[in-house]
Design a binder for this molecule. Structure first.
Ligand code: AMP
Length: 201
């Protein structure tokens, strides 16, 4: 199964997508994680993307497509993958569509995790305050810009994918981790069957 996860910062995208990938036994490819590893390791890629990430901006489309195509060429992606954080702009989505077509592949689901901005701000502030080693881009000063970037650059993807015949599924991201996960499973047709009621004998 090939899945793309879309959601604003703080929506729970990382947690839910990792859990879904484990459940479906497909690799979880978080572009944010890939870039953070490169940044920490001080590779050429890391040096380019580090300052952009710290400022809450977006890394260039072409570079991102290179990073993702390289990772997708690994054998573990042959049977499917879950992309978390890519595509993030319409040009990325268009190039990625072309890339999949060239491989005779198509996406099965695009999952949008939707959470209102007020709630996102609260969650990101808590995450920054409570973590011992918080991400620099979670700093309260960077949050308005990251939300802005999401609304201007990433949310147009929803229009793009809604024109792609039924792949887009919007899931309400407000609720407990388990509740949201069950909604996601239902949205992709993998809902957990209701438990049979206790029958008295
Ligand atoms: P994330 O962990 O998904 O929030 O990503 C962290 C940061 O990595 C983002 O704020 C961007 O700076 C960068 N990044 C991750 N994925 C992409 C992408 N598809 N396009 C551009 N920048 C990205």
């Amino acid at each position: 199964m090939r899945i793309v996860f879309i959601g604003p910062p703080g929506a729970g995208k990382g947690t839910q997508s990792a859990r879904l990938a484990r459940y479906l036994k497909i690799p979880h490819l978080s572009t944010g994680d890939i870039l953070r590893v490169a940044k920490r390791a001080g590779t050429d890629l890391g040096k380019i993307v580090g300052p952009i990430m710290d400022a809450g901006g977006l890394v260039g489309d072409e570079l991102m497509l290179d990073v993702v195509s390289e990772r997708l060429s690994f054998g573990d992606c042959n049977e499917g993958f879950l992309l978390d954080g890519f595509p993030r702009t319409v040009p990325q989505a268009a190039s990625f569509c072309k890339h999949l077509e060239d491989q005779n592949q198509r996406l099965d689901h695009v999952i949008e995790l939707r959470v209102a901005d007020v709630e996102l701000r609260k969650r990101l502030e808590t995450r920054f305050r409570d973590l011992q080693d918080p991400r620099r881009d979670d700093h309260p000063d960077a949050i308005p810009h990251r939300l802005d970037v999401y609304h201007t650059e990433t949310s147009p993807l929803l229009g793009f994918y809604s024109r792609l015949g039924g792949v887009l599924k919007t899931v309400d991201g407000l609720g407990s981790m388990d509740t949201v996960f069950e909604r996601i499973l239902l949205a992709i047709g993998k809902g957990i069957p209701a438990q049979p009621k206790n029958i008295r004998r």
